[in-house]
Design a protein around this ligand. Structure first.
Ligand code: ATP
Ligand code: MN
Length: 480
């Protein structure tokens, strides 16, 4: 069988020398015409393969270039070099795929993240991106593990939707109508979508929440984990046009249950990655430490990556209301000395990312859950509080990231919900299906949305969200 091989991770972990083994992978470096550093993606550690002098044809040796794919059979022997216990003494080397050393874009040296983003199809073969995407995998697996262990049903919500309840303008339109001006028009000149593929105007989903709520009214506990799309023109280090979102929705949960669930969930998946991806996290921690050294002292973070993750897992998140947060911000030195771009003058304003980061990074120095926001800056489906002016919303803010979770207890009372929709000019007839949950067996329920890439950013310590998704989509960029 061609594929009878041992993965390098397993080989490096095994202690039994003297046995024969076959490995396959990509050459990272070849030094002294003798030592091949081989990587197959199962771990960041390379296997040292020794091609003893005089035992291999020059024609083969010449083809052992960085990037080439090879198959090696040999004997596992104790390694004399430091850094690894075992190495492989090659008896046969087969070239599976040549790689022209002159043209291969990844030279064995440090490349900038910006350069690697331009060759995203190749960057998997670097230590940094190897570590990031193995951790991304573990986190995704942990998401399912967490909810499965708690009896949640994984719900696949539609990617193409007709509802534009979340506020249009941010959506990607889905259509098969011609773009050359010949699309059918209404009398007023607007496009007549009756002739479009779905017989109506459709978009890519921005959230699976509304559909998730329908299923929660039957299964009690559901979650979604799928791609979402936002055509917002935000060129930031925390926004993508295509990102993955995890959205649990739970019947009979109130706002406090919702916060407890979100906090337990975040701690669980971080803990899981710390157990499964120890070496990769250590590698990224090291990387980050070096990056930090380039910064002026005052801007360096006080904790290393692993300390930060441990801290989050072992400490309660700070919980406070929006009103309390506004007081803290208003009285802060940053506000008084006009260090905020947007000064906090009073109650009711939306918090900017600079305010969120102040609370998390300067004031509390830990993740923060803000609750009970003014209703006017939040969505129509959030439950109105007794005071008539705030809603049972919660945002979780993480150090270095800002908002990582947005959630709420949902408005389960039909009259209150339709009144709110009318206030916000949301056409009730388009959301009849959603309102049916409130007509037939409504109940208190709550849920949240967590941006998966922001979570991966937090765990890997990567500064730019474009580096934690394999092929990032953002304004003016959809390559690969
Ligand atoms: P922000 O204020 O950061 O733009 P939001 O209020 O638009 O976030 P929600 O609509 O509540 O975010 O979405 C839920 C979660 O999805 C957010 O907490 C965040 O983690 C993530 N998220 C939102 N927009 C993006 C995006 N463009 N790219 C990546 N993740 C996102
Ligand atoms: Mn947004």
């Amino acid at each position: 069988m061609f594929n009878k091989r041992i993965k390098i991770k397993a080989l490096l972990a095994a202690e039994n020398t003297g046995v024969d083994a076959t490995v396959m992978g990509w050459v990272r470096t070849f030094r002294n015409n003798q030592f091949i550093a081989l990587n197959d993606g199962s771990t960041n550690h390379n296997l040292q393969v020794v091609a003893s002098l005089g035992e291999f044809d020059d024609t083969i040796l010449k083809r052992l270039t960085t990037g080439a794919c090879i198959k090696v059979t040999g004997q596992v022997i104790a390694s004399l070099g430091k850094g690894q216990k075992v190495e492989l003494k090659a008896s046969t080397i087969e070239i599976l795929g040549d790689s022209d050393a002159e043209k291969f874009p990844l030279q064995p040296k440090k490349h900038s993240l910006e350069f690697l983003r331009e060759i995203a199809h190749m960057r998997f073969r670097t230590n940094t991106f190897g570590a990031i995407f193995r951790i991304r995998h573990s986190l995704a697996f942990a998401v399912h593990q967490f909810f499965n262990d708690r009896g949640f049903v994984y719900l696949h919500t539609p990617i193409i939707t007709a509802s534009d309840a979340e506020g249009a303008g941010e959506m990607f339109r889905v259509t098969t109508l011609p773009m050359d001006g010949s699309a059918p028009k209404n009398e007023d000149g607007s496009i007549n979508y009756k002739d479009d593929f779905f017989g109506r105007s459709t978009n890519l989903t921005v959230s699976g929440q509304l559909e998730g709520e329908l299923a929660a009214m039957a299964f009690s506990d559901i979650y979604t984990f799928g791609p979402t799309f936002r055509a917002e023109n935000s060129n930031t280090t925390r926004h993508l046009a295509e990102f993955w979102m995890i959205e649990p929705e739970v019947a009979f949960n109130d706002l406090e249950d919702n916060m407890d669930l979100a906090e337990a969930f975040i701690k669980y998946v971080i803990q899981y990655a710390m157990e499964q991806n120890k070496e990769d996290l250590e590698f990224l921690a090291q990387r980050l430490e070096e990056e930090e050294k380039q910064k002026p002292l005052t801007e360096r973070s006080e904790m290393g990556l692993l300390d930060k993750l441990n801290f989050v897992v072992n400490n309660d998140f700070e919980r406070l209301t929006y009103t309390e947060a506004i007081e803290i911000l208003k009285e802060s030195n940053y506000n008084k000395k006009k260090k905020f771009q947007y000064l906090i003058e009073g109650w009711g304003v939306d918090l900017q990312s600079e305010h969120e980061r102040y609370l998390v990074e300067k004031h509390f120095k830990k993740p923060v859950i803000l609750t009970n926001y003014p209703k006017d800056i939040k969505s129509f489906y959030m439950r109105l509080n007794e005071d008539g002016k705030t809603v049972a919303a919660m945002d979780i803010l993480a150090p270095g990231i800002g908002e990582i979770v947005g959630g709420s207890q949902r408005e389960e009372r039909l009259d209150k919900l339709t009144a709110r929709m009318a206030e916000m000019h949301i056409p009730a007839e388009e959301l009849n299906w959603y309102l049916d949950t409130r007509r037939f067996g409504s109940c208190p329920h709550a849920g949240f949305g967590l941006g998966f890439e922001r979570l991966v950013q937090f765990v890997t310590g990567m500064g730019n969200i474009r580096d934690v998704i394999p092929f990032p989509r953002f304004p003016k960029s959809a390559e690969f």
